[in-house]
Design a protein around this ligand. Sequence first.
Ligand SMILES: Nc1nc2c(ncn2[C@@H]2O[C@H](COP(=O)(O)OP(=O)(O)OP(=O)(O)O)[C@@H](O)[C@H]2O)c(=O)[nH]1
Ligand SMILES: [Mg+2]
Length: 338
Amino acid sequence: MFSLVGIGGAGCKIVDAFYKRDPLSSLFSLLAPGKQEKLKGVGIDTSEAISSLKHLPVENRVLIGRSRAKGHGTGADVELGRKIMEEEIELAMNAVRRVNTEKPEVFFVIAGLGGGTGTGGAPVIAERLRKYYHVPVVGIFPLPSRSEGLHYIKNVGRYFASVVESVDGSLFLDNNVLTSRGEDIARSHAIITATITNFMSIADPMLVVKEVSGRKATIGFMRMKGEHVSLKDIIARMLRDHIYINLDEVRPERVHLLINGDVRSVYGESFAVEWVRKKLGAEVSFSSQEVTGSKHLNIGMIITGVDDIIKSYEVKEEKEGGRLSPELEDLLEDISPL
Ligand SMILES: Nc1nc2c(ncn2[C@@H]2O[C@H](COP(=O)(O)OP(=O)(O)OP(=O)(O)O)[C@@H](O)[C@H]2O)c(=O)[nH]1
Ligand SMILES: [Mg+2]
């Protein structure tokens, strides 16, 4: 059993989406009875927007920072987000304890990076969850689109390390990949949210923990007709259309493919393994769940080794105290080493 903790606007909306019984998750609950019923999730935000979520039970929502943020969020102030979460950590943890009547096997902490509440609050709660529950905590972190402004991008660059260090492994999905393809930001959010909920509906959470522990990774999901289809074509389609990390910027280590459906209609494993090795330089592994008679294949993918995504967020920080005076710079230039 896994448990979700969403922080900030994006985190809360994504947890909310898990509670929506979409056709795929209803189908899945037929295949794996009991799993959906065991879904546990909490949403924590500094914004009143939390009250307009549609599906998450009201008692699973926590509004923090009432006096500091006045229900308006932090305005992308990460230090404020961290401070509020530190001050009100007990309020947040009480909700987590209340909702999780059984100890979960793993927590997924979900926060869109770049804003203040999620970026500042996620590390605080992730560390507390690890200490209190002694189970793995995996982060799911959507990344901002450049169209949302430089401030969001700078926040990612500045706080990336603290976010990553607070969890046992992290999954990233980049809104910028979708907006660069021409999607508007709302649609990009919707696609990433659906990818996360659909992926989690077919993935064994402990497999995810095993694959991403100590690593930075991304996930993809797609659904296709289960006719005679080669694994290489499945992987190629997934990489082209359903992976939201710029693969040209990273050096993937491992690709894990999960197939759920009529697995007998899929062929060409060794060719696919070779193809991925050549194309990405990555090793491939598979896991499958046979669902006889199913007309569809639900495919999930985990790609590990996306550490280099941070490079595109490295924004030069201005030196504190400003530049040296021109006179002093001239003087320094005149001093040659002995
Ligand atoms: N996938 C997805 N990403 C979202 C969604 N909403 C916002 N984001 C992304 O999440 C990042 C952080 O935004 P928010 O979650 O709104 O920020 P916050 O944590 O609430 O922070 P403040 O409002 O500044 O206190 C941004 O880059 C958004 O693009 C969503 O519904 N789905
Ligand atoms: Mg917000």
